[in-house]
Design a protein around this ligand. Sequence first.
Ligand SMILES: *Cc1c(COP(=O)(O)O)cnc(C)c1O
Length: 219
Amino acid sequence: MDNIPENLKNLSAQLPSEVTLVAVSKTKPNEAILAAYDTGHRIFGENKVQEMTRKWESLPRDIQWHMIGHLQSNKVKYIAPFVSLIHSLDSQKLAKEIDRQGGRYRRVIDCLLQIKIAKEEEKYGFSVEEASNFLEHLSTNPFPHMRICGVMGMATFTQDQQQITEEFLVLKHFFQTHKTRHNLEILSMGMSGDYPLAIKTGSNMIRVGSAIFGSRQTH
Ligand SMILES: *Cc1c(COP(=O)(O)O)cnc(C)c1O
């Protein structure tokens, strides 16, 4: 078994104070999450609704659960009572449903706009232009129970550091351009393979799984 507390401590020690670490625990058992929890870590990321809900039900209530995977509108209702941040807001239809479910639970659900930055064919996310238009639309027609507090993106899976940097810069530029007008605070970019580059490029939230919990069997 990987030494989760040690991995987490080593990683945390490298991070500038303004960078928030999301420990991506997808596919990992409760014991692995508790090993991280016992070091004081509280923010965990999952990419499947059913798995996240099951873990929320059985693990300590002060864990902040971040949804980082594609979210279908018809499943928002399961996570609406407890989700702390949705990184994967990728359509207007989904935003509308998050707002509706936020209303049912009398809360405001924080979200990040997922933006396509990779050169590979990405299934999910807004283009830069769609994201700008959506933010503009929301500034005149705000949702009462859904708040956009930043942006999220994933770079191409490649060893080409130059390409990864260029893709991160696209997201960083979008963030800089819109942050004042739209009150954006979170720039979520960087995973196990590319978080040092993401931080250099200005990320303030990284999503790290395998570097903490060890490799996964499945994706
Ligand atoms: C799985 C996943 C991560 C973490 O990936 P690692 O390479 O294990 O660090 C980060 N972000 C998203 C959206 C993911 O699906």
